[in-house]
Design a protein. Structure first.
Length: 141
């Protein structure tokens, strides 16, 4: 008899969860600091992995184009996301930093396969990019 009572209570619980699942999910979303973002979806979509595979196949042009597409998605996410709290904003910033670190580490491994001339131009382009970012930051405030 006790087993039947437990089964009935379990069925009632499942039915209640079924009918109120949307409300429960919306409440859970309100307490969630971090939702799945375009950054994660782009990663799942395979753009980053596709770029890495292109580097492994020694197709740097394809890899760079793919990474540019991926970073455009990241930038769009950062610009259009409506941040509900400072914590959520910081979490998204950390996501982006982790993504860029991953890309940088992967490309660093590729760097060691470059000739001396290619390494020189690589460093020059990094230096130009860094200077342009510093200039943009000074212009912003």
């Amino acid at each position: 008899m006790k087993l039947i009572g437990k089964i009935v209570l379990l069925l009632i619980f499942v039915v209640v969860l079924f009918f109120y699942r949307n409300e429960l999910l919306s409440v859970a979303d309100q307490f969630s600091f971090r939702k799945k973002s375009t950054i994660e979806q782009a990663s799942w979509g395979g753009l980053r992995e596709e770029a890495f595979a292109a580097y492994d196949r020694d197709e740097p042009e394809v890899a760079v184009t793919t990474l540019e597409q991926y970073l455009v998605l990241v930038e769009q996410e950062l610009r259009r996301h409506d941040y509900q709290s400072e914590n959520e904003l910081e979490t998204t910033r950390l996501d982006v930093v982790c993504e860029l670190n991953l890309i940088h580490n992967r490309l660093s491994n590729t760097y060691y396969r470059l000739s001396d001339t290619e390494k020189y131009f690589y460093h020059e382009s990094l230096h130009r990019d860094f200077l342009s970012q510093c200039t943009e930051m000074e212009d912003d405030g």
